[in-house]
Design a protein around this ligand. Structure first.
Ligand SMILES: Cc1cc2nc3c(=O)[nH]c(=O)nc-3n(C[C@H](O)[C@H](O)[C@H](O)COP(=O)(O)OP(=O)(O)OC[C@H]3O[C@@H](n4cnc5c(N)ncnc54)[C@H](O)[C@@H]3O)c2cc1C
Length: 402
C-alpha cells in the first residue's frame, strides 16, 4: 500500500524520550534535520515520572547546548550522598573526593525543556503515532512507516536512530543473530512514591537494612521521592499509604531517632530491576541509543545519563558523516559507547549488590555487605571510586576526533 503522506529528512528518530529528543536537538545545532515520532501524547511524556539524578557531564552538556536555564534555577545541586547501615549514616563527600557533584532535576522536566526547545526551533515531533515499522535500514535508503492522524505515513531518511526504549520496535527489527544480548534480571523491584513532604535530608540517603533496601531522594524542596525494595511483581493494592510510611520509617531508622517527613502520597509505582546490553548498538544504518540498547538497575542513577552520553557520541558521528561523507566515526559508535555502558553496568550492579537484601542471602552474605559498606565509608580510595562513578565519567570523544 503506498503511504498517503511521505516525509523526507536526514535522520528519522523513533521515540521522544531523553535519547530521541536530545539527539534531535544536538543534530539541529549541527545543521542536520530530523523528525521524531512518538507513540504517546506530549502530555504523557511531559508528566511520566522516572529518573531524577543528572551526572556532572549531563549537566555540562545541557548547559553547553542551551538547555540549562530552568535546570540552573530549579535543579538541586548536591555534593554528596549518605550511605546508611546499622542505624547510622555515613556521608560520601563527592565534592571533596572528586571536585564534582550531581544535580537533582526530574527527567520529565528535562523532557519539557527538550520539547520546548525543539518546538520553538520548528523541529518536527509527531505524537500519537501507531503501527511503527522500520525498513531497509541495511541499505542507504532506510524508511519508517507508521500511522498518524488516520493516515499511512512514511519517513524516507539517511539514517534511523532507534531511541524507543527497552520495549520499542527498533531493536527487535534487527535480523536474528546480528545482535548479542547480555541480560541479568534481579529477584526484586522498587516500590517508588512521590509525597508532598519536605525531604528529611538535603542529600540522597541509600539505606541497607535487614528488611531490604530503601532510598530517599527528592524532586523539589517540598516533594520527597522514596523507594522501597519489594518483589518485582509486587501488588500495589497491598500497600496502603500507612503501610508504606511504616516500612520506610523502619528502614531509615537511626540510633539517634531520624524520622522521614510524611505527607500525602500522590504517585506510586513498581519498577522491575534488570541489567541488559545489546552488542553492537548498530545494524546497517540503524543506530540504537539509550534504553533501546541497554538497561541498568536504577541504584546507580545511570539510565538517563547513559542515554545522554550515547546521543552525544552519535550526534558527533552523524554530523561528521554528513559533513565529510565518511562513516568512520559512525563505525566506532558502538565501541565508544559500550565502554561507558559496561562501566555503568558494573557500577549499577555493584551498588545494587551492596545495598539490597537477596532472598537466598545467608548471614555471612549480610555481614560481608556490611564489611564492604564499612570499607566504602572509611577508606578514601574506596569512597573515591564510588564518588567518581556516581558523579559520572566525563563526556569525551576520542582525541583524534577534535
Ligand atoms: C518505568 C521506569 C522507571 C524508571 N525509573 C528510574 C529511576 O527511578 N531512576 C533512574 O535513574 N532511572 C529510572 N529509569 C531509567 C531512565 O528513566 C531511562 O534510562 C531513560 O528514560 C532512558 O531514556 P530513553 O530515551 O533511552 O528511553 P525512554 O525514556 O524509554 O524513551 C523511549 C520513548 O520511545 C517511545 N516509544 C516506544 N515505542 C515506540 C514506538 N514503537 N514508536 C515510537 N515511539 C516509541 C516511548 O513512549 C518513549 O517516549 C526508569 C525507567 C523506566 C522505564
Amino acid at each position: 500500500m503506498p503511504p498517503s503522506r511521505t516525509l523526507r529528512t536526514q535522520v528519522g528518530i523513533v521515540g521522544a524520550g531523553p535519547a530521541g529528543l536530545l539527539l534531535s536537538h544536538l543534530l539541529h545545532l549541527e545543521g542536520i534535520e530530523s523528525i521524531v515520532i512518538e507513540t504517546q501524547t506530549r502530555a504523557h511524556i511531559e508528566e511520566r515520572v522516572r529518573a531524577g539524578v543528572l551526572e556532572h557531564g549531563t549537566v555540562d552538556l545541557l548547559n553547553a547546548t542551551g538547555l540549562g536555564d530552568r535546570m540552573r534555577r530549579e535543579g538541586l545541586v548536591h555534593h554528596g550522598i549518605e550511605l546508611r547501615f546499622n542505624g547510622r549514616g555515613h556521608r560520601i563527600d563527592f565534592h571533596a573526593l572528586t571536585g564534582r557533584g550531581i544535580t537533582v532535576y526530574a527527567q520529565h522536566e528535562v523532557i519539557k525543556d527538550l520539547v520546548a526547545v525543539r518546538t520553538s526551533a520548528g523541529g518536527q515531533i509527531l505524537f500519537e503515532v501507531a503501527e511503527v515499522r522500520i525498513e531497509d535500514f541495511d541499505t542507504t535508503a532506510p524508511r519508517i512507516r507508521f500511522q498518524h492522524d488516520g493516515e499511512d505515513c512514511l519517513i524516507a531518511c539517511d539514517y534511523i536512530a532507534g531511541c524507543d526504549g527497552f520495549r520499542g520496535v527498533c531493536r527487535p527489527a534487527v535480523p536474528a543473530g546480528a545482535l548479542r544480548c547480555y541480560e541479568k534480571v534481579y529477584p526484586f523491584g522498587w516500590l517508588g512514591i512521590l509525597a508532598e513532604a519536605p525531604p528529611a535530608s538535603d542529600e540522597l540517603i541509600y539505606a541497607n537494612h535487614e528488611r531490604g533496601f530503601a532510598l530517599m531522594s527528592m524532586r523539589t524542596p517540598q516533594i520527597t521521592r522514596l523507594y522501597l525494595q519489594c518483589h518485582p511483581d509486587e501488588d500495589l493494592s497491598l500497600w496502603p499509604d500507612d503501610r508504606i510510611w511504616d516500612e520506610l520509617q523502619r528502614r531509615f531508622a537511626t540510633t539517634d531517632g531520624f524520622r522521614l517527613n510524611e505527607g500525602p502520597i500522590f504517585q506510586k509505582g513498581v519498577t522491575a530491576m534488570r541489567s541488559f546490553v545489546t552488542e553492537p548498538m548498530q545494524y546497517g544504518r540503524l543506530y540504537l541509543a539509550g534504553d533501546a540498547a541497554h538497561i541498568v538497575p536504577p541504584t546507580g542513577a545511570k539510565g538517563l545519563n547513559l542515554a545522554a552520553a550515547d546521543v552525544f557520541v552519535l550526534s558527533n558521528a552523524l554530523a561528521h558523516a554528513f559533513r565529510t561523507g565518511s562513516e568512520a566515526r559512525l563505525a566506532r559508535y558502538s565501541e565508544i559507547c559500550l565502554r561507558r555502558v559496561w562501566r555503568a553496568q558494573h557500577f549499577s550492579w555493584w551498588m545494587t549488590s551492596l545495598l539490597h537484601r537477596f532472598e537466598d542471602a545467608s548471614g555471612f552474605d549480610h555481614r560481608r555487605q556490611l564489611a564492604e559498606l564499612d570499607q566504602v565509608t572509611s577508606s578514601c580510595a574506596a569512597a573515591t571510586t564510588l564518588a567518581e562513578n556516581y558523579t559520572g565519567l566525563p563526556f569525551t570523544l576520542p582525541g583524534e576526533y577534535s
